[in-house]
Design a protein around this ligand. Sequence first.
Ligand code: ATP
Length: 362
Amino acid sequence: MATLTLSTLDKKYGGFHAVKGIDLEVADGEFVALVGPSGCGKSTTLRMIAGLEDISGGELRIGARVVNDLPPRDRNISMVFQSYALYPHMTVAENMGFSLKIAGRDAATIDTAVKDAARILDIEPLLERRPAQLSGGQRQRVAMGRAIVRDPDVFLFDEPLSNLDAKLRGQMRTEIKRLHARLGSTVVYVTHDQIEAMTLADRIVIMKDGRIEQVGSPDEVFNRPASRFVASFIGSPPMNMAEATVTRSALHLDDGTEVPMPPAFSVAEGRRVVLGLRPDDIYPEGHGIHSESGHAVERRELPVHLSEPLGNETLLFTEFGGQSWTARMLNPRAVKRGEALRFHLDLSRAHLFDADTGLTLR
Ligand code: ATP
């Protein structure tokens, strides 16, 4: 079993508390992505799992085994780094087989394992080359090949695609997904790229200041964010927000605008809240993603300050509640700068957060 269990896992660098007692259970064969702003503790967590960083407190288990004090080589874990970390003087085949050689396996076993991995990753013709003779994408494949060869219980990825250009990143993302489907291994994957997290992971862990803000499926963290922080971190462009005070049946936004209380919320009068609406849920009439029947749609004439055509959709930058808001227009038509459009705000899809704690209100 390759279950991975983090129990109140803690990391202090001298006086600095980088990871503050996090709990997480990764199931056998599960793909979990760690995301969060720079410095939130993603890499430190991954490095503690790998054994590259001492654990200050709590417990780390792989299967039933507590591995806190086990050296990296005894954890049966493979890590793929952003920098690829290939040995420049070795061929691709030697790089891939190196860990098995160190472990004392015989040449025939190593040769078979390397060739199997090379076949899976489609790099058989490259086996005799050296890293300097490879493209970035090929190097990344070799780094993954080296990880596969060890047949680990757990794969750890630390931003493996961030050195690649956008197109290659997309291709390698598909590759990693295919690989996971084929190998069925347990994966912990650190990334800055929320599209990577959303498309690859069974569950996403959103971290902030050394703590876990929310753990959930891509659908949960996108549609039911636990806090304002998660809501603004997941989703691109980010969720639109505006602060408001709750009146008897409405939200009084700070610039004096009023909108009806979104349905399904029951919030006390006078409470300070933040209204959140995704760019998908504000759109010019007739250009929305969702069908409108039965929705609580608020209609407003708003000026378009800027538009960004993206082919099948256009992002429109407008202003609402005294804030810059982004709207997504499907099946776009040309929009002139400064033109006022009739926007639909679908309040049935609105989010409300407590203005002080940032927690989601229901
Ligand atoms: P990024 O996305 O920028 O890589 P991260 O979420 O992976 O960020 P970590 O690298 O885990 O962040 O770092 C978490 C915090 O711990 C940061 O504030 C960082 O400055 C601090 N930190 C990391 N390594 C050390 C170290 N060796 N000594 C002191 N502080 C450290």
